[in-house]
Every structure is written in structure tokens, then in C-alpha cells.
Design a protein around this ligand. Structure first.
Ligand code: PMP
Length: 404
């Protein structure tokens, strides 16, 4: 007889990541994938990174040992050095921690801030991995609509008030992807950043500023980080995943020392420490100056790909399909109309994959207040597919649209 497991409420609340599930489908031979948010493997710095492995001869005793939960100190210092200009002030070492991907930052923060039933404010659309982490903490969501300037923060006071009225609780956290959002590609404007900072401070709600794409700007001026225009209450998170390689699973968080300490304690129960081998290699990669050189290279490489996809979509898709060419990051966000899940099935039959919109919105049952229907949208990643595939993928998508 099969064993009968009695699952936790947390396990019951979990859903398989739509991205990771669809990922399997995109592995079929001949499939052109705009689905996963993957960097271009053709531009991984394999030579430079393998060269850095020499450092293991000198530092093997440290690299192969358990490390501090806060992170490998030379990497913490490297992150401080890189972050200070962006965060607008000197950063102390106890304000930084290294994590196993920035996904873990969201998870740690959910563990230390959220009780079951607490509300997290998210922009709609938002990153499904963050929804997943908050769901595991059995949180509910309140959504704020977005436009081309990111979260419509002018609506935030009303959303907070509605939460207070309907749940008796003030939201515990605001989650936002300020630059080149996954999935919308939008950047939060500077004026909105200032408004968000004021509202967060006044309402006593901390903000998670998730910024894995900030360094991947292909056009226009950098906008000051939320962290740099506040004096506390913001956790800034970023990652080596998009700027170096996601396989290293090394990321970081910067925030108030007291909160970082709590997150470090949470991490001790998760994985004790991020792989020290990975941290030593990443430190050496930065120390040799490779990261800055690589950033220049990937910015122009990805700018070309974004442009190629915009041209291909303009040429092949019906003009009713609306999208903006992103000025950074990894994604196009298309208003395809109709049901993007059905479109997905037809697209896969044509040999091209993307992510249907509903994955990027919380469901009505877990949301306080309004939800947005994600069905008419689709996310296309432009970084992973190779040049000719971008054009062919757009053609196949156009055929799938015609069959609708
Ligand atoms: N936040 C956002 C907005 C992302 O798009 C991603 C990766 N897709 C992550 C966090 C997680 O990245 P990682 O754990 O690889 O650092």
C-alpha cells in the first residue's frame, strides 16, 4: 500500500513553478525558446572563469571548508565596493549578506517578516519566483497596477487602506522590481521611487528592491536606487545570475544591519552558507577585473538582441499586438489579447515557446482587493535564443496567432 503523507499547510499552499514546468517543454528538439529567462550561454565567460579556478590551489583550504553564513568576507567587501556608488553611501559589512541566488533573499525575508495571512504588496505583473516564496510563507497579496513607468505608486495609499479595512492588517512588505522588470521590462520612474520611499516610510512598510537587471541597461540614464533615496527600511537585492552566470548561485542583499542579522539566522537553517567554492571563484573573477569587462560586452550583445527581436516582432506580428522595446533586462511583454494559454499550445505546436501572462499575477483567491487578468499577456525572453532563431521564432509566433 502506498504510504500516506500528511503534508504541511505550507506544502499544500505550494504550486509548481510554471516557469520550471514549461522549461521541460522547451527542451524538445527544434523548439525555439523565448520562455525561460535565461542568459545567452554563447556569451558565458567560460575561458576567464575556468582560469579563475587556479585560485583553488592557493585558497583550497578556505574554499573547500564551511564558510560564514554572512558570506565569504572578500566577496562581501567586493559587493560593498561595487554597491556603494549605487546605494549612495558607505555600506558596513554587517549590512551585507551573500545568498544562494537572490531567490533566497526573497525566501529569507519572507521567513523573517511574514506570518500566515500577512499581506505583501506586489506590482501586477510581477516575478513568479517571488510569489512562490511569499506563498510558502502563506502570505496573501495586494496588487498595484503597472504601466511603462513601473508600479503605479499613486494607487498605493488606497491599496494599503483597503488591506487595513478588509484584513485588519497593514501590509508587511512591498516587493518591487525597479529596473527592467521581469516580466514587464518597465523601470520605476525617479518620481515614483521618491513617492514609494515616502509612502513606505510613513506607513512603516519595508520594501524589497529586487534588482537583478539594473546593470543591464542598454539605453538611457541610470535612475537612483530606492535604497539611495531612503534612510532605512529598504532591502536591496541583486545577483551574479544575469551579469555572470546563474549556475554560480551567488547573489547578495544589502539592508539594515538588524534585519540582515535576522536573515542570516534564517539562512543558517536553510543551507548554512552559500557554496564557498562558488564565492571564491566569483571573488577571483571580480578581482581580476573580468566582471566589468564582461558587463560591457553583454550590454552591447543584449542590446543587439533586444533590437533584433523588436524588429522581428514588428515585421511578423499583427500590428494589434502591442509591446514596447525594453531599454534593458531580458524581456518583451506583449499584449496578445485573448487567451495566452491557448496561444501557448498553438505556439508550441509551431515550435516556439513563451510564457503565458497568468504566471505573473497572483490568483484572486490569494489576493486582497482587485486582481488583474493575466490572460491577454505573454512574456518573451530575447537573451537566450540565437540570432536567426529570433526571426524564425517571431514567424512561428505569428503563425500561432493566425490560427487563433
Ligand atoms: N528576481 C527576479 C526579478 C528575477 O527575474 C530572478 C531570476 N529570474 C530572480 C530574482 C532570481 O534570481 P537568482 O536566484 O538566480 O539570483
Amino acid at each position: 500500500m502506498a504510504f500516506s503523507y500528511r503534508y504541511s499547510k505550507m506544502a499544500e499552499a505550494m504550486r509548481p513553478s510554471p516557469i520550471r514546468e514549461l522549461f521541460k517543454m522547451t527542451q524538445r528538439p527544434g523548439m525555439i525558446s523565448f520562455a525561460g529567462g535565461l542568459p545567452d550561454p554563447a556569451i558565458f565567460p567560460i575561458e576567464e572563469f575556468s582560469g579563475c579556478a587556479e585560485v583553488l590551489r592557493a585558497q583550497g583550504a578556505v574554499a573547500l571548508q564551511y564558510g560564514a553564513s554572512e558570506g565569504h568576507r572578500p566577496l562581501v567587501d567586493e559587493v560593498r565596493r561595487r554597491m556603494e556608488p549605487l546605494l549612495g553611501r558607505p555600506i558596513a559589512s554587517d549590512e551585507v549578506m551573500i545568498s544562494s541566488g537572490s531567490q533566497q533573499v526573497t525566501d529569507m525575508l519572507a521567513r523573517v517578516l511574514l506570518d500566515p495571512g500577512d499581506v505583501v504588496v506586489v506590482e501586477a505583473p510581477t516575478y513568479p519566483g517571488a510569489l512562490h516564496a511569499f506563498r510558502c510563507a502563506r502570505a496573501r497579496f495586494a496588487t498595484v497596477a503597472c504601466d511603462e513607468d513601473g508600479m503605479n505608486v499613486e494607487l498605493l495609499p488606497e491599496v494599503i487602506e483597503r488591506c487595513r479595512r478588509e484584513t485588519g492588517r497593514v501590509p508587511k512588505l512591498i516587493y518591487t522590481i525597479i529596473n527592467f522588470s521581469n516580466p514587464s521590462g518597465a523601470c520605476l520612474s525617479e518620481a515614483r521611487r521618491r513617492t514609494l520611499a515616502d509612502i513606505g516610510r510613513e506607513a512603516g512598510i519595508p520594501v524589497l528592491e529586487d534588482d537583478p537587471y539594473g546593470e543591464l541597461r542598454y539605453r538611457g540614464q541610470r535612475i537612483p536606487t530606492l535604497f539611495s533615496i531612503t534612510d532605512g527600511g529598504v532591502v536591496f537585492a541583486s545577483s551574479f545570475s544575469k551579469i555572470l552566470a546563474p549556475g554560480v548561485r551567488v547573489a547578495w542583499a544589502v539592508g539594515d544591519a538588524e534585519l540582515i542579522r535576522k536573515m542570516v539566522i534564517a539562512k543558517q537553517g536553510m543551507d548554512m552558507c552559500t557554496s564557498v567554492v562558488a564565492q571564491v571563484l566569483v571573488t577571483e573573477y571580480c578581482r581580476r577585473g573580468f566582471l566589468d569587462a564582461h558587463l560591457g560586452k553583454i550590454r552591447s550583445h543584449y542590446a543587439g538582441k533586444a533590437h533584433a527581436m523588436a524588429a522581428a516582432l514588428r515585421e511578423h506580428l499583427p500590428s494589434a499586438i502591442r509591446f514596447a522595446e525594453p531599454s534593458g533586462g531580458f524581456f518583451f511583454w506583449l499584449e496578445v489579447g485573448g487567451d495566452s494559454r491557448q496561444l501557448f499550445q498553438r505556439a508550441v505546436n509551431e515550435g516556439v515557446a513563451f510564457l503565458p501572462g497568468p504566471a505573473f499575477f497572483p490568483e484572486p483567491a490569494e489576493t486582497v482587493g482587485n486582481t488583474v487578468d493575466g490572460n491577454p499577456y505573454a512574456r518573451l525572453c530575447f537573451t537566450f535564443a540565437q540570432g536567426p532563431e529570433i526571426v524564425e521564432g517571431a514567424r512561428r509566433l505569428a503563425r500561432a496567432l493566425e490560427r487563433g
